[in-house]
Design a protein around this ligand. Structure first.
Ligand code: MTE
Ligand code: HPA
Ligand code: MOS
Length: 758
C-alpha cells in the first residue's frame, strides 16, 4: 500500500494546523522572548506595545491561574519567565493581536531591562561548577579498573558531537478555540497530545477532561515536538481562557529556531583497551551532555546515551558515566535517536582512533567485536535475536568490503587531488521507551452500519507513515478494502492518556492495540455469522468482504453481516489496549530488560573528497537492514533514506552555532545548512535482511523510525579516511560535524615538526 498521505502532500491538500480554517474573531499570539541568556529581569515596559492599534493584550506570568510550570520530567521550567531568564529565547510574554504582523510590530516596542549574569554554554564548564540537571548516572559491566593492566593496547581521547536543528517543515504552532462552559479545544502540531493536555490543565488550573487536544498530522516532528510543542499550545489556550476568543500561535521560522531546543551537543572522553588479538577488553567513557537551561527530556536522552554507549559490540568490562549539564542554552530535547547517536559516535571514534594507531582497518576491529546472542549489555539485558553477524556476511557477499577497500586504495594511489574514503557503521538500537510505563497504547474502532470503519489510536502521523500502517492493520484483520477504513485524527477525547509518538514505537504500541480491538470485533462478527448459519465461529472466515462458512462461500457480504450484527444489538465498537510484556528496568541497580527487542543494521559509506576545495560527495551508501518482515516496504525504505540523510546532515554540514553569550548565530536557513538533493549520496542501496522478524513487533515488522539515522555516523569516518589518504599528518579531532571547512583544514594541516620548522 502506498503512503495514504502521498497524494495530499504533493497536491498541497494535506491539512496542517495553520491550514485549519479560522473562526471569525481569531486572534494571533506572538512570543516576546529574552534577548539575553542569563540574568535578572529588573523591569519590562509593555506600555508602548499595548497602545499599538490591533494589540489586544499582553499575557505574562501574572496572568496564569494555575502553575507557571511546564517541566515534564523535572518541574524546572516556567511557561513565562517571572524573575530570572536562563536562556536567550526564553518566553517572557505573549502578545495577542489582531494579526501576526501587528504582534511582531508590538514586540519591537517592548522595553526590557535585564541585569546580566554569568553565561555558561560549555557542558564541561557547567559540570565543573556543579551545574547539573540531575545527579550523574553510571552503567557498569565487569570491572574496567582491573582490566587495563591486561590490555595489550590502550587508547584515550575525546569525541564531540554538535547539536542539530530539527527543521521540521511545519514550524511549531497551535490553534485553540473556546467551547461552552469554559472548555477548550486545541489543535496542536504535537507528537504528544496528552502532554499538551496535561500541561495546559496544570497551567490553566482546570481538569484534563475539559481540554481536548486534536492532531491531524505534523509536517515533521523528529522529536522536536515530543515535549516542545507544548508551550505554544498552552499559551494559545491561556489566551482563550482569558479572552474567550480563538487564539492561534504559529512560530515564524526564525522564532522557532531561536526559541526551541535541539539535539543535545555532547563532549565525551573515552578510554578503550584491546587484547593482543584485538578484542575489546575494556571501555570507559564519560559523557557531558549539554542539556541547556532546563531538564526537558534530557534525563531520558542521557539514559539512552548510556544504553547505546557500546553500540553493536560486546565488551566484557564497561564503565559509562553521564552528566546532564545545565547551560544557558534553550533546553535541548528529543531528536531522532534520542541520545543514542551521541553515544555511538564516541565508541566509533574510539575504534577509529585505535585502528589508526594499530595500522589496521577500522572495520576489522568492528567485525572482530560484534555482539552475539547471549552477550550481556552493560544494562543487564541479554542479547537475543542478534542479526549482526548475518548482516555482516550479507554485506560482504553482496558488496565485498575488501574489494571496496582495495579499489579505494588503488584509486588513492593513482590520484593526487581527489581521494576516496569509506567506512562501515553497524547499528544496534533498542526498541521501547526506556521508561517502562510509557510502553502502552490504546485504539478505538467503530464499525458503522454501512460496513465502513473508523479508527482512532494514540499514534500521531508526522510523515513516518504510521497512519498507513494503522490502515493496513485494520484492512488486514477484517479483510476489507482499505478504502472502507478511515483514520481519524489523534484526539485526547477518543484515546486518552497516550504516550507521545516517539521512541520508534508508535506503530508497534498503537498497532498492537488496534490489532487487538479489530480482532475482538472480528470475533464478535464471526459469532454472529455462526449463529446465522447454525455453525461455530471457528467455521466462519471473512475473505475480501465475503463470508465463508466451513470453507464455502456464502452470499453474505461484509456489509450484510455488519447490519445483521447491529440489528441483533451487538456492539460494533471496541477499545484495544496494549502494554509491552516482559520489559523492566531498575534504576537503582541500573540493570534490567528495558527493550522489547533490538533493530540491527550495517551501512557501507563511500565518499570522494576534492582535496583542492575541501568539498566532499557521497558516492554511495549500501545498507543491510533488519526490518523483520516489513509490512510496508515503500514506507520503511523511505524511513531508511530519510534517516540516513538526516544523520549525514548532522555529521557533515549542519552546524549549530551559539556565541559565548548564548545567542544563536545559525538562526535562519541562510546560516544553517541541511542536506539538499545535491548532498544526497548518488546511490543508496537498501538490502533487507532475510529474517523471521520478531513477535514483539507489529506483524513482525520491526520499528524503523530512528535506527537509520545512525547510519549517517559512517559519513564522518569515511571523510576522515579520505582526508588521511591525502594528508598522513592529519590529526583526528573527532569533532562532528566534519564540515567542508574542517575538511580543508584537515587536508592541509601540518605536522608538529613542520610547524616548528616554519
Ligand atoms: N519520519 C518523518 N517523515 N517525520 C518525522 O517527524 N520522526 C522520527 C521517525 N521518522 C519522523 C520520521 C522519529 S524521531 C521517531 S521517534 C519516529 O519516526 C516516530 O514514529 P514511529 O514511532 O512511528 O517510528
Ligand atoms: N525515546 C523517545 N522518547 C522518549 C523516550 C525514549 O526512550 N523516553 C521518553 N521519551
Ligand atoms: Mo523520536 S526522538 O523518539 O520523537
Amino acid at each position: 500500500m502506498k503512503n495514504i498521505d502521498a497524494k495530499g502532500h504533493v497536491t498541497g491538500k494535506s491539512i496542517y494546523v495553520d491550514d485549519i480554517p479560522t473562526i471569525n474573531g481569531t486572534l494571533y499570539g506572538v512570543i516576546f522572548d529574552s534577548p539575553l541568556a542569563h540574568g535578572h529581569i529588573e523591569s519590562v515596559d509593555y506600555s508602548k506595545a499595548l497602545t499599538l492599534p490591533g494589540v489586544i493584550t499582553i499575557l505574562t506570568h501574572e496572568d496564569i491561574p494555575g502553575e507557571n510550570q511546564i517541566g515534564g520530567i523535572i518541574p524546572d521550567e516556567e511557561l513565562f519567565a517571572s524573575k530570572d531568564v536562563h536562556f536567550a529565547g526564553q518566553p517572557i510574554a505573549l502578545i495577542i493581536a489582531e494579526s501576526n504582523q501587528i504582534g511582531f510590530e508590538a514586540r519591537k516596542l517592548i522595553d526590557i531591562n535585564i541585569l546580566e549574569k554569568e553565561v555558561i554554554v560549555d557542558p564541561r564548564e557547567a559540570q565543573k561548577k556543579d551545574q547539573l540537571i540531575l545527579p550523574p548516572r553510571t552503567f557498569e559491566l565487569g570491572d574496567t579498573e582491573n582490566s587495563w593492566e591486561k590490555c595489550a593496547h590502550i587508547f584515550e581521547g575525546q569525541a564531540d558531537s554538535n547539536g542539530q536543528e530539527h527543521l521540521y517543515i511545519e514550524t511549531q504552532g497551535a490553534y485553540a478555540i473556546p467551547l461552552e462552559n469554559g472548555h477548550i479545544r486545541i489543535s496542536s502540531s504535537t507528537q504528544g497530545p496528552t502532554a499538551v493536555q496535561r500541561i495546559t490543565a496544570r497551567v490553566l488550573n482546570m481538569g484534563m477532561n475539559k481540554i481536548e487536544v486534536d492532531v491531524v498530522r505534523l509536517g515533521g516532528g523528529f522529536g522536536g515536538k515530543e515535549d516542545q510543542a507544548t508551550p505554544w499550545a498552552v499559551m494559545a489556550a491561556l489566551g482563550v481562557q482569558i479572552l474567550n476568543k480563538p487564539v492561534k500561535v504559529i512560530l515564524s521560522r526564525m522564532d522557532d529556531m531561536r526559541l526551541t531546543g535541539k539535539r543535545h551537543p555532547y563532549s565525551s572522553d573515552y578510554k578503550i583497551g584491546f587484547s593482543k588479538d584485538l578484542k575489546i577488553m575494556a571501555y570507559e567513557t564519560t559523557f557531558f551532555q549539554n542539556a541547556g537551561a532546563a531538564a526537558d527530556l534530557s534525563p531520558a536522552v542521557m539514559e539512552r546515551t548510556l544504553f547505546h554507549a557500546t553500540n553493536s559490540y560486546f565488551i566484557p568490562n564497561v564503565k559509562a558515566t553521564a552528566y546532564s549539564c545545565k547551560t544557558n542554552l534553550p533546553p535541548n530535547t528529543a531528536f531522532r535517536g534520542f541520545g543514542g547517536p551521541q553515544g555511538m559516535f564516541v565508541i566509533e571514534s574510539a575504534l577509529a582512533h585505535a585502528a589508526q594507531e594499530l595500522g589496521v582497518s577500522a572495520y576489522q576491529l568492528q567485525k572482530n567485536n560484534l555482539l552475539k546472542n547471549g552477550n550481556e549489555f552493560p544494562y543487564g539485558q541479554i542479547a537475543d535475536g542478534v542479526e549482526l553477524t548475518k548482516i555482516w556476511s550479507e554485506m560482504e557477499s553482496k558488496f565485498d568490503i575488501e574489494a571496496v577497500e582495495k579499489e579505494i586504495n588503488y584509486f588513492n594511489s593513482s590520484n593526487t587531488d581527489i581521494k576516496k574514503g569509506f567506512s562501515l557503521m553497524p547499528v544496534t538500537f533498542g526498541i521501547s521507551f526506556t521508561k517502562t510505563p510509557m510502553n502502552q497504547a490504546r485504539a478505538l474502532v467503530h464499525i458503522y452500519t454501512d460496513g465502513s470503519v473508523g479508527v482512532s489510536t494514540g499514534a500521531v502521523e508526522m510523515g513516518q507513515g504510521v497512519n498507513t500502517k494503522m490502515l493496513q492493520i485494520t484492512a488486514q484483520v477484517f479483510s476489507l478494502d482499505p478504502k472502507r477504513v478511515r483514520l481519524e485524527s489523534t484526539n485526547t477525547t477518543r484515546v486518552a492518556n497516550t504516550s507521545p509518538s516517539a521512541a520508534s514505537s508508535t506503530a508497534d504500541l498503537n498497532g498492537k492495540a488496534l490489532h487487538q480491538a479489530c480482532s475482538a470485533l472480528l470475533e464478535r462478527l464471526k459469532n454472529c455469522a455462526a449463529d446465522h448459519f447454525g455453525a461455530q465461529s471457528k467455521d466462519i472466515e471473512i475473505k475480501s468482504e465475503t463470508i465463508y462458512c466451513q470453507g464455502e462461500r456464502t452470499d453474505i457480504r461484509w456489509n450484510d453481516l455488519v447490519l445483521m450484527a447491529f440489528l441483533k444489538r451487538i456492539c460494533l465498537t471496541e477499545n484495544g489496549h496494549y502494554a509491552t510484556p516482559r520489559i523492566n528496568f531498575n534504576m537503582e541497580k541500573e540493570k534490567g530488560h528495558p527493550f522489547a527487542y533490538h533493530v540491527y543494521g550495517l551501512a557501507l559509506t563511500e565518499i570522494t573528497v576534492d582535496c583542492i576545495r575541501g568539498t566532499s560527495q557521497f558516492d554511495s551508501v549500501k545498507i543491510v537492514h533488519d526490518f523483520g518482515k516489513t509490512m510496508n516496504p515503500s514506507v520503511d525504505f523511505g524511513q531508511i533514506e530519510g534517516g540516513l540523510v538526516q544523520g549525514i546532515g548532522w555529521m557533515t554540514m549542519e552546524e549549530i552555532s551559539y556565541n559565548d553569550k548564548g545567542q544563536l548565530l545559525s538562526n535562519s536557513l541562510s546560516t544553517y545548512k541541511v542536506p539538499d538533493i545535491y548532498s544526497v549520496p548518488k546511490d543508496v542501496i537498501i538490502e533487507p535482511l532475510k529474517t523471521e522478524g520478531n513477535d514483539m513487533a507489529i506483524l513482525k515488522s520491526k520499528a524503523v523510525g530512528e535506527p537509520p539515522l545512525m547510519y549517517g555516523i559512517g559519513a564522518y569516518f569515511a571523510i576522515e579516511n579520505a582526508v588521511r589518504a591525502f594528508n598522513p599528518n592529519f590529526n583526528s579531532t573527532f569533532d562532528a560535524p566534519f564540515t567542508h571547512e574542517k575538511i580543508l583544514m584537515g587536508l592541509y594541516e601540518i605536522s608538529e615538526s613542520e610547524r616548528v620548522d616554519s
